[in-house]
Design a protein. Structure first.
Lengths: 59, 395
C-alpha cells in the first residue's frame, strides 16, 4: 500500500480527540477509523512503526 | 430327465458349471428363502440391470448436505463492484472480481479483468494477463491470487479437534501454458499459521479444465482457530515465485506454514512471458472428500455477501447532497446507512466530493452500519455533495 498525506481528524460535530486518519492510499483519499481490525489502519500503523510515514496532528 | 433333490443332505460330485440360464427365476425361489446373509457381498459390478425403485424412507446413512455448502465468495466471478479491469498491476490489488486479490511482489506486471469467457454453465471468469514479463525472477519475488475467509466462517470445520472435517476445493482453470501449479490453504490459527496444499496440472493450453483437490482436516491442537472477524483461511493459487517459495516440498498434510512450501511442486511460471494468461471460475470449497456440483447463487445474493467486505455505490452526479442541518455555524451534515453491515469498521472514500465553494465533504462517525458526511459551508447558498461512496472492510 502506498500511503501519503496521513493526518488525524476529530469529529466535526463535537471535537473531542482523534477518531480517524485521513490519508491518500493507493491514490484514493480515505477516512480510516482507528481500528486495528481495519486493514488500512493496520498498514498505517505498520508503516509508522517502520518509519516509512508519519501521521500529522488534527487541525 | 430333471433330477430332483429333496431334503437337507449334501450333494457332492457335481461338476462346476453353474445352473443353466433361466433355471432360477421367481418361481424357483420360494418367498423368504434368500436371507440377508446370502446377499451381503454382492459386488456393484453385478448390479447391472435396472434397480428397483427404492423409497427414500428405506435409505439410511446418506448424508445429503443441506443449506449453503460453498465456503468461498463470488465463486462464479459474477460480482465486480470496483471495476471490471485494472491495468499495470504490480502490487497487491483487488483489481476485478470481488474478494479475489492478486498479491504481487515482483513477478511481473499484470492486467486483472473480469471476462465473459467461461466454461459451460458459467458466465464470468477472473483473468490475469501478464503485460510486462519478470525478466529475472528474484528469490523473494512472487505472485498469487488469494481469497481470505473470515475466521468465524470456518468454525463448522472443527479444526484443532479430532472431528476436523475433510474439505474439497474445486475450480475451473484456463492457462496459456501446460504444466503444474500449486494451490493451497493457509489457516491463520490461534497459535501459528498452518498450511496445506497440492499441485494441479494444466493438461491443455488455453482450454477450460476442472480441477479438484481434497485436503484432510487439521486435527492438531495447533489448528484451532479464533473464530472471530479476522482472517481464518486464505485460499491461494500461486502463479509465479522465486526460490524462497519453491525450495521446499508440496505440503500434503497440515503443518506449520513454511514459505518454501507455498509454491513447491510447480514447474511453470505465469508472469515470465508477456503471453502468459491464467483464468479461473467455478471456485468451490466444501466439506467432504468429493467435489459436488457448483452451488449457484443469484447475483443479488452474491452481491450482498460481498458487500460485507466492500461496498461501492457507483458514481451518479450529486446523488448525495448534504442538507442544511446546523445553521449556527453552517455545518452541513448527513448520515448514510450501508446496504450491508460490515465485517469491521470500514475505510470510507467519498467519490467526487465537492464543497460547492465551501469546505469539501468528508466522512466521519464511521461505524459498521453507516457513517456521516460533514462539510463546513462558508455561505448560506452552498450545497456540498458527493457522487457516491466506497466502504472497504476487506480482510
Amino acid at each position: 500500500m502506498v500511503i501519503t498525506n496521513a493526518k488525524y481528524f476529530e469529529s466535526s460535530l463535537r471535537p473531542d480527540g482523534n477518531i480517524g486518519v485521513r490519508a491518500t492510499i493507493d491514490g484514493e483519499e480515505m477516512s480510516v477509523p482507528l481500528d486495528t481490525n481495519n486493514r488500512h489502519y493496520a498498514e498505517i500503523l505498520k508503516q509508522v512503526a517502520d518509519s516509512d510515514i508519519t501521521i500529522a496532528e488534527a487541525d | 430327465m430333471a433330477i430332483v433333490i429333496n431334503g437337507s443332505g449334501t450333494v457332492t460330485g457335481l461338476a462346476v458349471g453353474g445352473l443353466p440360464d433361466g433355471t432360477v427365476d421367481s418361481g424357483t425361489i420360494a418367498t423368504g428363502t434368500i436371507v440377508d446373509a446370502d446377499v451381503a457381498n454382492v459386488a456393484a459390478s453385478k448390479l447391472t440391470g435396472a434397480l428397483p425403485a427404492i423409497d427414500g424412507a428405506s435409505l439410511t446413512g446418506i448424508n445429503i448436505p443441506s443449506g449453503r455448502k460453498n465456503i468461498m465468495f463470488n465463486g462464479a466471478m459474477n460480482i465486480s463492484q470496483r471495476t471490471a479491469s485494472t491495468t499495470g498491476v504490480t502490487s497487491a490489488t483487488y483489481g476485478a472480481c470481488d474478494r479475489y486479490k492478486l498479491i504481487l511482489n515482483g513477478g511481473g506486471t499484470f492486467t486483472i479483468s473480469q471476462e465473459n469467457d467461461a466454461p459451460a454453465g458459467f458466465h464470468k471468469s477472473l483473468k490475469a494477463n501478464c503485460t510486462t514479463a519478470q525478466g529475472s525472477l528474484g528469490a523473494n519475488d512472487y505472485g498469487y491470487f488469494s481469497q481470505k475467509i473470515e475466521s468465524q466462517d470456518t468454525k463448522h470445520l472443527a479444526y484443532g479437534t479430532s472431528s476436523a472435517k475433510t474439505i474439497t476445493l474445486s475450480f475451473w482453470v484456463k492457462c496459456s501454458q501446460t504444466g503444474t501449479l500449486q494451490a493451497g490453504i493457509v489457516h491463520y490459527a490461534t497459535s501459528e499459521n498452518r498450511h496445506i496444499g497440492g499441485t494441479y496440472t494444466i493438461n491443455a493450453a488455453n482450454t477450460w479444465e476442472k480441477k479438484t483437490m481434497t485436503f484432510v482436516g487439521d486435527t492438531a491442537a495447533a489448528g484451532a482457530g479464533n473464530f472471530d472477524t479476522a482472517r481464518g483461511f486464505e485460499v491461494e493459487w500461486f502463479l509465479i515465485s522465486g526460490s524462497s517459495r519453491t525450495g521446499g516440498s508440496v505440503p500434503s498434510s497440515w503443518g506449520t506454514m513454511a514459505q518454501t512450501n507455498r509454491n513447491a511442486g510447480s514447474n511453470i511460471s505465469i508472469g515470465d512471458s508477456t503471453s502468459d494468461t491464467w483464468q479461473i471460475t467455478g471456485v468451490q470449497l466444501e466439506v467432504g472428500d468429493t467435489a459436488t456440483d457448483f452451488e449457484y447463487r443469484s447475483v443479488g445474493e452474491e452481491l450482498a455477501l460481498c458487500e460485507r467486505y466492500y461496498e461501492e455505490t457507483g458514481n451518479t452526479a450529486e446523488q448525495f447532497p448534504l442538507p442544511k442541518t446546523r445553521e449556527s455555524d453552517r455545518h452541513r451534515i448527513s448520515a448514510y446507512q450501508y446496504k450491508t453491515t460490515k465485517r469491521v469498521i470500514p475505510s470510507i472514500t467519498l467519490i467526487d466530493a465537492n464543497g460547492d465553494g465551501g469546505g469539501t465533504p468528508a466522512a466521519s462517525g464511521i461505524g459498521t452500519h453507516g457513517f456521516r458526511a460533514t462539510a463546513s459551508a462558508t455561505a448560506d447558498n452552498q450545497s456540498p455533495w458527493f457522487d457516491g461512496y466506497k466502504a472497504d472492510a476487506e480482510l
